[in-house]
Ligand binder design. Structure first.
Ligand SMILES: [Zn+2]
Length: 337
């Protein structure tokens, strides 16, 4: 049995992580810079973000490799470094998981869309797409990813290509797939939640769901539609922190940790098995969500009042733990030098 299925059997929803891109920009990533390049140029900053998600309570943390296919990296003239950048993505996160001492954190090798449109609508052939995803998946899996997480997809054909690429490398690594239902309840390519769930279940996905999109209400609706069909796999809910709002040409997300905590309770009550967040979220959002789920036993009425209190308490605990670890690391460095 995979570590993923073992963890699922322990019961309760698994916590996934929150935004990586948002956090990288906050850490100084410039627009036009490839986030994956930071795996080599700023590894400490990537690790610090992932460590905060681990400390916030995430059970699944994704590698910094969302744009790690040759297609996306080519936009930055980095297509020759697919293996190196994806391998580094896994190695950084693995080191941070080991350092945390937790045995209930899985490393998800993150794969995002190619950014290309497949034939017949676009120019990318299915086989070329499979090869591109295979190249990325090989680096992620050989470096030790526990599972592969294919996310923010719009096209079923593209997911099939990504899935096939992964399966050329490993016959049995668990593969989670999520789509972005951001166009009137469908993906940009017109796929409904029910169609996505049926197709991904048939492919053999270990979990299926929705991520990104236009805020928690729309994401909740997509997740509810999947759950209403009686799925045979866990359903993933990974919403953006609210509806994106353009300010000065950049997306802003307004949902507070308390609001995301209320969303976590809402999707768990509906039956979601893996709960996290996407663009605009931070470790504070994930900490608030994890605290709310702990403080409100499954099956209890969804209420927001205790959530806020639990959130404040956990924020302090996380901050204290992070401070404590930073102090210990500094002390260790001082001893070593
Ligand atoms: Zn997103």
């Amino acid at each position: 049995m995979s570590k993923f299925h073992d963890l699922l059997r322990r019961g309760g929803p698994l916590m996934a992580d929150g935004a990586m891109g948002t956090m990288l920009f906050q850490s100084g990533l410039q627009h036009g810079e490839a986030p994956e390049s930071w795996n080599l140029s700023n590894p400490e900053k990537v690790r610090a973000i992932q460590r905060q998600y681990i400390d916030a309570g995430a059970n699944i943390v994704l590698s910094n490799s969302f744009g790690g296919t040759r297609f996306r990296l080519a936009l930055h003239k980095l297509e020759g470094q697919v293996a190196e950048l994806n391998r580094a993505a896994v190695e950084l996160l693995r080191a941070e998981i080991i350092d945390s001492g937790r045995d209930d954190v899985l490393l998800g090798g993150d794969i995002g869309p190619s950014g290309e449109i497949l034939e017949p609508l676009g120019a990318l052939t299915f086989e070329a797409a499979v090869e591109g995803f295979e190249e990325q998946a090989r680096a992620l899996i050989e470096a030790g990813a526990d599972l592969i997480w294919i996310e923010t997809m719009s096209s079923l054909d593209e997911i099939r290509a990504a899935f096939a690429g992964v399966r050329r490398v490993s016959a049995d690594i668990p593969v989670v797939t999520t789509l972005s239902f951001d166009t009137h309840g469908r993906t940009m390519m017109g796929v409904t939640p029910e169609q996505a769930l049926a197709a991904m279940t048939e492919l053999g996905a270990a979990a299926v769901g929705a991520n990104c999109g236009n805020g928690t209400d729309e994401l909740f609706a997509a997740v509810q539609r999947m759950l209403a069909t009686g799925p045979s796999v866990p359903i993933v809910a990974k919403s953006n922190a609210g509806m994106p709002r353009l300010v000065g040409g950049k997306a802003h997300y307004d949902a507070t940790p308390e609001e995301m905590a209320a969303y976590a309770l809402q999707v768990r009550a509906a039956g979601a098995g893996i709960i996290g967040a996407c663009c605009g979220s931070s470790p504070a959002h994930i900490a608030a969500m994890a605290a709310a789920l702990r403080a409100n036993p499954a099956g209890a009425a969804v209420t927001t009042t205790p959530v806020v209190q639990a959130t404040a308490a956990v924020d302090d605990t996380v901050a204290a733990r992070v401070d404590d670890r930073a102090a210990r690391r500094a002390a260790r460095r001082a001893r070593e030098s």
